[in-house]
Design a protein around this ligand. Structure first.
Ligand SMILES: [Zn+2]
Length: 859
């Protein structure tokens, strides 16, 4: 049935509901329509009055090719909250595109009435400081467990957004659950990314009945970050992440967090916990046991219901931070993930037994084993199956949370108490006076966004580690070392140490003594600039860049003054160009002599920036756009057709190509997958147009694999990209090398911070330290032809044993000492290739500066 059409006989149930009401109701339904009252009715009579999602929306929810969109989901929850005293609806904020984000709280009517008191008690139990054991026990005795259900974070994983409505209805109406709900409060987020859900549903509806039904959407399912919205949970950069983070750690403080996802189509039907090794050192063992218990309870219930294909112990590890379900485990909560097999959005798929595959280490072959005792035999798989599996898992989880209510409270309390005891006397000092005070302030803001308490004292911020959420602080501030014993390589994020990524100095201090630096910081190579006159800002400080962009936006010119002492010392400051220059002297902080030269550049305006946007939904393009918007830097979006039309130079001075493979950019979506206007990519014509643009005086700036696009356009460049070995899939098979180039390096570091050495006297290194941590996601290095007129702005550290700062690295020898950032003249223009992502997921403040100077074209 086409989406959006009313099914006969399932007309909107309540005249008061904000849905299209048919002019006349069929007699049997009309007889039931009566004004909802909030009288505490018995469960049985409530069940008779609370409409199902299908009834309320006039849609066959869960049927093939039928999806409720976000306004419809909202409308259903509004109806539910209006007619059922068991449901309370809260708006927790607005999305990036302005839609409301909602949480439905569902329990018994009595619990809903006393919800403020329940949440206050939960807050007390989450922070046991000053709480006696007797008092804690007394509170826990009558306190329901709080379960948070986070649906549809990933928008194409659409099943849970539809399941959420049926789940809410079941909780609000099923007689069998009413006793259970006395002991559980469920906080249900029907979609953690409503914008994306709406985009996906609209795209899907357009495609139904065409050759592109269920095919890829040519843009991100979020204003900026798409799928990376599940990598944002410690940095908390996006609006949606902020709202849910606030709700979790400042309002609801759930004992259990369930993130409801979908995976590929060919493996397990539902993957539940236990998750896999390694366990992060900041995740308490009691939480690990809670996670395992939940997975087994879900699987047990599914098995009894005759649902096959349920398994655990594959793919999803307990190491990484930044996922929706991993951040709660650093806040003393039990965070679990389920991953259902996907249909083609809402279109059913057919799978033969031969198409079913294992999942690597935990399930090398698709066959019966202890963590997968009843393999699904193949056949038809549809949206309804996903929702049914999730319903059984959800009801099992609610029952478990009820029956083990006191145990979950006890675990939360014990973990928090141990965290506080472990951290007694320990603190982390973040000096205010350091190379990049702006980044230091942002690090403090990040910690606070994650509900970490940070004290502000004279000259520094202090993170005392005897606080309940100290595990979160530790995990963001410590160095990660992926354990060799884990038996497998990390899939993705292995290290994230924020002080390294952000270029912020912090000190772990267990002595109680002050460790503040005695002298002001200096720039690269130890050079210090002193000025009189104008207000002069050092570009070491992120705030100076913001000031620069603000001035240019306001139409005021700025003067960039670079002081260099070859080969390795430099300091760069900015000041207003109006008025005479300040009197500045640059000298080495340690008193050593050296010939210091000054070069001055005046920037009158921001270059015209064009950001290339392929129709392959590039997350890195989205993160770039996010950063530019954050800084108020103007840009235009450049698509395939605009580039292929030629004449780019009339609208753009610098073309930015984010991290994407040559194939993504050049070939784009295939004509079989998407309508013609989105298919085909840049093609040869687009590459030629880029070459013409640069030859004629334009600049191109690329990130990571995006360098392949520039190199393919130029042909015969003096720079060659050293592509890492293709990432191994979980099953050990090499994935196709999508870059279109042969792998030449054996480096494996799918998400680590590597040490680079800058050439500080190069203008593109303005504001960078001597050594900089860069975020490396199996990223790029460059070979430069001998004697080629190419500036190497940054190199990977020449000592392979010193490359890794945090995370995991194998095969570092193949990139040690190689160029990480190169810059050279191409015709009348210029190419700047950055081998990594300088704006990595909005986190790498230490290398944002490289992006800024490349955009400005400093030289
Ligand atoms: Zn997902």
């Amino acid at each position: 049935m086409p989406a959006g059409r009313l099914r006969p006989g399932l007309l909107p149930f309540l005249a008061s509901a904000a849905v299209a009401v048919a002019p006349s109701l069929p007699a049997p339904l009309a007889a039931q329509v009566r004004p909802a009252t909030r009288a505490a009715a018995a469960p049985a009579s409530r069940a008779a009055r609370v409409p199902t999602p299908s009834e309320a929306l006039g849609l066959a929810i869960g049927a093939d090719r039928v999806l409720a969109d976000w306004p419809q989901v909202q409308r259903y929850f509004a109806t539910l909250a209006r007619v059922s005293p068991a449901v309370k609806l809260d708006t927790i904020g607005r999305t990036s595109l302005g839609a409301p984000m909602i949480v439905a709280t569902i329990s018994t009517p009595a619990n809903i009435r006393r919800l403020p008191q329940i949440l206050a008690t939960q807050a007390r139990l989450a922070d046991p400081r000053g709480l006696s054991r007797e008092e804690a026990d007394r509170l826990a005795r009558t306190q329901p467990a709080i379960l948070w259900v986070n649906c549809n974070l990933h928008s194409t994983e659409i099943g849970s957004s539809q399941f959420a409505m049926e789940f809410a209805h079941a909780l609000a109406t099923a007689d069998s659950l009413q006793r259970t709900l006395e002991d559980v409060v469920v906080a249900l987020v029907p979609s953690a990314n409503p914008d994306g859900m709406q985009l996906v549903v609209e795209w899907y509806r357009q495609g139904v009945g065409t050759p592109f039904e269920g095919g890829p959407m040519p843009w991100l399912y979020h204003k900026y970050v798409g799928h990376d919205n599940n990598r944002d949970w410690y940095m908390v950069t996006q609006t949606e992440t902020k709202h849910v983070t606030d709700a979790l750690y400042r309002t609801w403080r759930p004992n259990i967090f369930w993130d409801v996802h979908q995976q590929g189509s060919n493996g397990m039907r539902l993957t539940v916990p236990p998750h896999v090794d390694p366990i992060n050192p900041n995740v308490d063992s009691r939480l690990v046991r809670g996670i395992n218990l939940i997975g087994h309870s879900m699987a047990f219930a599914l098995e009894q219901a005759g649902k096959t294909g349920v398994g655990d112990g594959v793919t999803y590890d307990l190491w990484w931070h930044g996922g929706a379900r991993s951040t709660p485990t650093r806040h003393n909560m039990v965070g679990v993930l389920t991953e259902a097999a996907s249909a083609r959005i809402a279109t059913p798929i057919e799978l033969t037994p031969q198409q079913l595959t294992g999942a690597g280490r935990g399930l090398p072959r698709y066959q019966r084993q202890v963590n997968f005792p009843s393999p699904w035999p193949g056949g038809t798989w549809r949206l309804r199956d996903i929702m049914d599996y999730e319903m059984i898992a959800g009801v099992a989880l609610v029952k478990l949370a009820a029956s083990q209510r006191e145990a979950f409270h006890a675990a939360t309390l014990a973990v928090a108490r141990d965290m506080i005891a472990k951290g007694t006397g320990q603190r982390v000092v973040i000096p205010r006076l350091q190379r990049d005070p702006g980044a230091a302030a942002e690090l403090v803001a990040v910690l606070r966004r994650g509900a970490v308490e940070v004290d502000s004292v004279d000259g520094a911020w202090l993170v005392k580690l005897d606080q309940p959420y100290a595990a979160h602080a530790r995990d963001l501030l410590e160095v990660q070392r992926w354990p060799a014993s884990a038996g497998d390589r990390p899939y993705d994020v292995a290290g994230w140490t924020l002080p390294f990524q952000m270029g912020v100095d912090v000190t772990f201090d267990s002595t109680g003594r002050s460790t503040l630096p005695a002298t002001p910081p200096t720039s690269a190579g130890g050079l210090r600039v002193r000025c009189e006159g104008n207000v002069v800002r050092p570009l070491d400080d992120s705030r100076a860049w913001q000031w620069t962009f603000d001035e240019l936006r306001a139409g005021r010119a700025v003067r960039v003054r670079r002081f260099t002492s070859a080969p390795s010392a430099a300091a760069t400051v900015v000041e207003p160009a109006a008025g005479s220059a300040s009197a500045c002297t640059a000298a080495f902080a340690d008193g050593r002599g050296g010939d210091v030269r000054e070069a001055t550049t005046t920037l009158d305006r921001l270059p015209r920036i064009g950001l290339y946007k392929p129709w392959t939904a590039s997350m890195d393009e989205g993160w770039t756009r996010w950063l530019l918007d954050q800084r108020g830097i103007a840009y235009v979006t450049v698509t395939d057709s605009l580039i292929k039309a030629g004449g780019l130079a009339s609208s753009v001075d610098v073309l930015v190509i984010a991290d994407m493979t040559l194939r993504e950019a050049k070939d784009g979506l295939s004509a079989n997958a998407a309508p013609a206007r989105y298919a085909g990519g840049l093609g040869d014509a687009g590459l030629a147009a880029i070459a013409t643009f640069v030859q004629g005086g334009g600049r191109v700036v690329t990130f990571d694999k995006g360098s392949e696009v520039a190199l393919a356009a130029f042909g015969g460049a003096p720079v060659r990209r050293v592509a890492p070995a293709p990432r191994r899939q979980a099953d050990g098979r090499a994935r196709d090398d999508t870059s279109g180039t042969r792998a030449t390096a054996e480096v494996v570091a799918p998400g680590s911070i590597l040490r680079t050495v800058t050439s500080p006297t190069h203008a593109l290194a303005s504001g960078l330290a001597d050594t900089v941590g860069v975020y490396f996601t199996n990223s790029s290095a460059f070979d430069v032809a001998a004697d080629a007129p190419v500036s190497v702005v940054m190199r990977y550290h020449p000592d392979a044993t010193r490359l890794l700062m945090s995370g995991y690295l194998a095969g570092g020898e193949s990139i040690a000492g190689k160029a990480a950032v190169v810059d050279w003249k191409v015709g009348s223009g210029r190419a700047t290739l950055i081998g990594f992502r300088p704006q990595y997921r909005g986190q790498s403040w230490g290398t944002f500066k490289l992006l800024y100077s490349a955009l400005l074209g400093l030289q």
